[in-house]
Design a protein around this ligand. Structure first.
Ligand code: NAD
Length: 302
């Protein structure tokens, strides 16, 4: 299949590479030329703008870092909306249901079908093709795209209502964000009282506390203090804020989400949007006066 791909970052690059390896013809664009060059070396064609891609391909996929970037790429000047060939715009980014619905409405005026397809499973999942791929949009268009989406992960059809896959994704990422900070608090509590954090993580992973932070993030990026899991704090906070907006727009006030949201605002303030989201533990350590992991396991600071 001929596929346009816009946004070749931590997630987009490995997804695009897998599509090339599976035999699809890719035309790619990113504002970072080096990312485009690397994919051209793997067999992709380079495009000069989102519109250029949409002039050349019926199916355009995008993996972008902000709501504004998705809106501009899809509907701005020189965007996908002005393309002569495009029939479908598939947004793999997390933008929330309100922005997805807005983009859907604008593209519909030009007879371009917008499909939500947010993904979960991190950079490792994008490289291995094991992402959870959540799709909402018209079923006939979904059927056309499914063979390509199968290459990037396990595909779930959520519904035809625009934005519904985004709501699904926000529910998932609210849990991921909660697991990260709740596990940090549990381990910091243990280290404060003298427990070995590596032993704690082994026990949690053998017990009922098991979650994605204890299973994946702590062993790979927190205990070794490499803080390099591959998901930026700014993106996690975007998703937490979107989840809170989604709850409010449904007339819901949710206690855990409110507390988790407040904590992530502290994390982005202290660690910065560019930090890896596994650095979430640092303000919690600081408040407790301990350091978790590293060469010595855990230590109580001054
Ligand atoms: P990233 O910042 O690594 O990549 C975004 C890419 O988009 C960059 O290469 C950037 O140059 C490019 N870009 C930005 N604006 C552009 C524009 N106007 N035109 C063309 N290219 C543009 O982000 P990421 O981590 O790959 O995340 C992308 C999306 O996937 C986000 O919505 C994120 O929430 C979601 N997501 C990320 C992960 C993860 O683990 N990183 C997991 C699931 C979902």
């Amino acid at each position: 299949m001929e596929i346009g791909f816009i946004g070749l970052g931590k997630m987009g690059f490995p997804m695009a590479r897998r599509l090339i390896e599976a035999g699809h013809q890719l035309t790619v664009f990113d504002t970072r030329k080096e990312a485009v060059d690397q994919l051209v070396a793997l067999g992709a064609k380079a495009a000069s703008s989102p519109r250029d891609i949409a002039d050349r391909c019926e199916n355009v996929l995008a993996s972008l870092p902000s709501l504004q970037a998705s809106l501009e790429v899809a509907t701005g000047a020189g965007g996908v909306i002005d393309g002569s060939r495009v029939k479908r715009f598939v947004d793999l980014s997390t933008v929330g249901s309100q922005m997805a619905t807005r983009i859907h409405g604008l593209l519909a005026k030009k007879n371009i079908v917008q499909i939500d397809s947010p993904v979960s499973g991190g950079v490792g999942g994008a490289e291995k093709g094991t992402l959870a791929v959540m799709v909402s949009g018209p079923k006939p268009d979904f059927a056309i795209l499914k063979p390509a989406l199968d290459v990037i992960g396990r595909v779930f059809f959520i519904g035809e209502k625009p934005g519904s896959a985004q709501t699904m994704k926000l529910a998932n990422n609210f849990l991921s964000a909660t697991a990260m900070v709740a596990t940090s608090e549990a381990v910091v509590m243990g280290v404060k009282s003298g427990l070995d954090p590596a032993v704690m993580i082994d026990v949690i992973n053998a017990g009922s506390g098991l979650n994605t932070a204890s299973r994946d993030k702590f062993p790979k990026s927190v205990l070794p203090r490499s803080f390099d899991f591959g998901f930026a704090t700014g993106l996690m906070v975007k998703d937490v804020r979107l989840a809170l907006d989604e709850m409010k727009s449904l007339g819901l006030s949710m206690e855990v989400a409110e507390a988790v949201g407040r904590l992530w605002e502290v994390i982005i303030r202290d660690e910065g949007a560019e930090s890896d989201f596994t650095a979430a533990i640092k303000p919690i350590e600081k408040a407790a006066g301990v350091i978790v992991g590293g060469a010595k396991g855990g230590s109580t600071g001054k």
